[in-house]
Design a protein around this ligand. Structure first.
Ligand SMILES: C[S@@+](CC[C@H](N)C(=O)[O-])C[C@H]1O[C@@H](n2cnc3c(N)ncnc32)[C@H](O)[C@@H]1O
Length: 215
């Protein structure tokens, strides 16, 4: 899928969308918050929410005192909705970056991040070339000693979402894609239920990047 078609697809999803009806909607991103809480971060640590959409993660990170959050998404519409909802508490603390994780123009210019968070984004990248581009960006942007928190549809989950095919994962597959520099700290399966009650099994994992590049 080309960059333009990808962007058009996701812009359409968010135009006129009711946030609470999106199949991936979570009122409270409890597991993301729990795993982020296990990272050695201070309130000034830079956190990147990849494919943030209109997720409530930024709301809760702000509530917990974090001051340097990057919310990035291919959809400007999603980021506009997110910015509106977050309102003034986000001023100076959340940077909204409309960019494509697969062909990023702006993200590589940012200084390294201490936590890369992705829930329900990576699994849309099914071509090997796209997966490579995604993991190259993650490795490039993550500071030494930084954390990757990934949540993707697991092997028992659906094969399509939002009209797009997905790639299913387990923790070993994610570890392999991240590479030897990353140590798996925790992983588990969790079934999210869509607002209409359908099960969507995910694998969650938290990895730490080595402080020094492996020889
Ligand atoms: C299923 S939603 C998940 C949103 C959010 N992470 C959450 O958990 O609520 C997938 C998100 O990834 C974004 N996305 C898809 N492809 C992308 C790409 N190539 N670059 C950046 N964002 C992308 C979409 O616009 C959408 O907001």
């Amino acid at each position: 899928m080309s960059r333009i078609s990808r962007k058009r697809h996701w812009e359409r999803i968010y135009e006129g969308a009711e946030e609470e009806k999106l199949s991936w909607y979570e009122e409270v991103p409890t597991l993301s918050l729990d795993l982020a809480g296990q990272c050695e971060l201070d309130q000034n640590s830079r956190i990147l929410i990849a494919g943030a959409g209109t997720s409530r993660l930024a709301d809760f990170l702000l509530e917990r005192g974090f001051t340097d959050i990057i919310a990035t998404d291919i959809s400007s519409q999603a980021l506009a909705l997110l910015k509106r909802r977050l309102g003034s508490p986000a001023a100076g603390k959340v940077t909204f970056v409309a960019d494509d994780l697969l062909q990023p123009k702006l993200l590589p210019g940012f200084s390294p991040v201490q936590l890369w968070h992705d829930r329900a984004v990576l699994h849309f990248f099914i071509d090997e070339e796209d997966r490579q581009a995604y993991f190259d960006l993650l490795r490039q942007m993550l500071a030494p000693g930084g954390y990757a928190l990934l949540a993707a549809f697991n092997l028992q989950s659906v094969k399509m979402c939002s009209g797009l095919p997905v790639m299913n994962y387990n923790a070993e597959m994610l570890s392999e894609a991240l590479g030897d520099e990353f140590e798996l700290l925790s992983s588990f399966d969790y079934t999210h239920h869509t607002p209409s009650g359908e099960p969507r099994p995910y694998v969650y994992g938290l990895w730490r990047k080595a402080f020094q590049r492996m020889a």
